[in-house]
Ligand binder design. Structure first.
Ligand code: JBE
Length: 242
């Protein structure tokens, strides 16, 4: 899978993409990330990528030509999608990450300043994504979030010892509590069941803890989760105790 990022700050991406699971995947050639500097496609003497908004007002707006020309310079695969990162986009989530992981190429446009000229939206963007309801200084962090979440779903990126299936959100529940050595830390003990070696009981305990945690912290997620009859009545009992 290939990512092409349009940005005026390509250096933001380099160190993050060298690290960890993503760094390995790029080394192995499973994932490829290229940055295109929008400034290289600015025609003016001062290589400006932004300008004052028509109609007046605070802040600057990213000019359409440099972004349009930067996009034009990218080799497009058959199965590709152009994404604009902005607070006005569709909210990013795990399901969208799965959908995006089916493309061979994602082209990510990162805006800066107060936003991008509306013509970029109309002419260039095939999808607009937001990573959350807060304002960042630019789309770069959002693009990294998308690259990270999508890449780990591409076959071969996570080692075979990991299964995407058990993790948060893939079955619609939050993760169960995890422990490693030491057995006692600052007086806090690892739950007995996890030391028992009884894999059947451990599996049950983890499932219950995941449901409990989801009920307490993110009850909204339970509506979409896959739950058995017993699990639903367990939730009803927790509701009564509240
Ligand atoms: O979520 N986003 O994609 C953003 C992009 C730019 C600025 N703020 C955001 N939240």
């Amino acid at each position: 899978m290939r990512f092409d990022v349009l940005t005026i700050f390509p250096e933001i991406f380099r160190s993050y993409l060298r690290c960890g699971v993503l760094g390995k995947a790029i080394e192995k050639g499973i994932i490829k990330v290229s940055m295109v500097n929008i400034r290289d496609f600015s025609s003016g003497r001062h290589k400006n990528t932004d300008d004052r908004p028509y109609g007046g007002g605070e802040g600057m707006v990213m000019k359409p030509e440099p972004i349009y020309n930067a996009l034009d310079s990218i080799d497009r695969e058959q199965n590709s999608l152009v994404v604009l990162l902005s607070p006005q986009g569709e909210k990013f989530n795990q399901e969208m990450a799965w959908d995006l992981s089916k493309y061979d190429q994602l082209i990510l446009i990162c805006g800066r300043y107060e936003g991008v000229d509306e013509r970029v939206r109309i002419l260039c963007a095939e999808k607009e994504i937001s990573i959350g309801d807060y304002v960042l200084t630019g789309g770069e962090l959002a693009a990294l979030v998308v690259i990270d979440a999508v890449s780990r779903l591409v076959p071969g990126v996570l080692g075979s010892e990991f299964s995407n299936l058990e993790e948060s959100f893939s079955d619609g529940l939050l993760e169960y509590p995890q422990y490693t050595r030491p057995r006692v830390f600052k007086g806090l003990e690892v739950p007995e069941i996890l030391l028992s070696g009884n894999h059947e009981e451990i599996k049950k305990w983890r499932r219950r803890e995941a449901i409990k945690r989801t009920f307490e912290r993110r009850p909204d997620l339970l509506e979409k989760a896959q739950l058995t009859k017993e699990e639903l009545s367990f939730i009803e009992e927790m509701k009564k105790k509240e």
